[in-house]
Design a protein around this ligand. Structure first.
Ligand code: SF4
Length: 247
């Protein structure tokens, strides 16, 4: 089965899912949307009022602002996949409960495994928490992280700017830097058209350290839950996700 077909199947499973109590209050679940082949996956928190009615992600005021932000990053909606950590609206837009996040994560994990995005952009602290458990969004917004080989960029949720207008400009600037990051990544992937002969000096060079802007190997399609969780604190020398230096 192709990734596209499986993504369609997941969509149908989400539409009839009753794995957590959020199913009772929903009008429509919101599986997410976008092409099956994308470089960038945006992950928000949960559907809101308008999303619940329309079954589409980010269609309210926050969605309109997200469209502006995508433009600032040189992107169109048609180029990216957009989804949420939970696919049904929590009552009164409250934060999803841990058990709801747990029940719904199987869908997001499989979406990530199928899409294999080069970059995951988290929108807000709830989706950030899937990848970076101990992070504070006010400290790491606009930052790029390497989480077990997966590039993750942590952003404020666009809705935050609706409640705190001062964050609007912060978000625009963070997304503008995302544009630079994406183009630097694309440049790093271009093969050198003029192959150089290997010299003795080259052979003697020690292994090149990993450049933070070079593409990281894609994660295997193993259960992404392993891929996304930070090391538990009690292990010896806990290593926080590597923070890249671009931002
Ligand atoms: S939030 Fe997720 S797990 Fe809960 S009912 Fe909706 S699709 Fe199912």
């Amino acid at each position: 089965m192709t990734a596209e077909n499986r993504l369609q199947e997941i969509r149908k499973e989400i539409e009839v899912c009753h794995a957590c109590p959020l199913a009772k209050g929903r009008e429509r679940s919101v599986p997410g949307e976008g092409p099956a082949r994308v470089d960038i996956l945006f992950i928000g928190e949960a559907p809101g009022f308008h999303e619940n009615r329309q079954g589409k992600p980010f269609v309210g005021q926050a969605g309109q602002f997200l469209d502006e932000l995508l433009k600032a990053a040189g992107l169109e909606r048609s180029q990216v996949f957009i989804t949420n950590v939970v696919k049904c609206r929590p009552p009164n837009n409250r934060d999803p409960l841990p058990e709801e996040l747990q029940a719904c994560q199987v869908y997001l994990d499989e979406q990530i495994a199928l899409l294999q995005p080069k970059v995951i952009v988290t929108l807000g602290r709830i989706s950030m928490g899937k990848f970076i458990e101990m992070g504070r969004i006010s400290s790491i917004h606009g930052k790029t992280h390497n989480v077990n080989g997966q590039k993750v960029v942590t952003m404020y949720h666009p809705a935050a700017a609706l409640h705190q207008p001062a964050l609007r400009q912060t978000l625009i600037e963070d997304f503008a830097r995302l544009k630079k990051f994406i183009s630097a990544d694309a440049q790093a992937e271009k093969p050198d058209p003029t192959p150089k002969p290997v010299t003795k000096t080259d052979q003697n060079l020690s292994p090149k350290p990993i450049n933070e802007l070079e593409p990281q190997p894609k994660p295997q399609a193993t259960p992404p839950v392993e891929l996304v969780k930070a090391e538990p604190a009690q292990r010896e020398t806990p290593k926080p996700p590597e923070q890249l230096s671009l931002f």
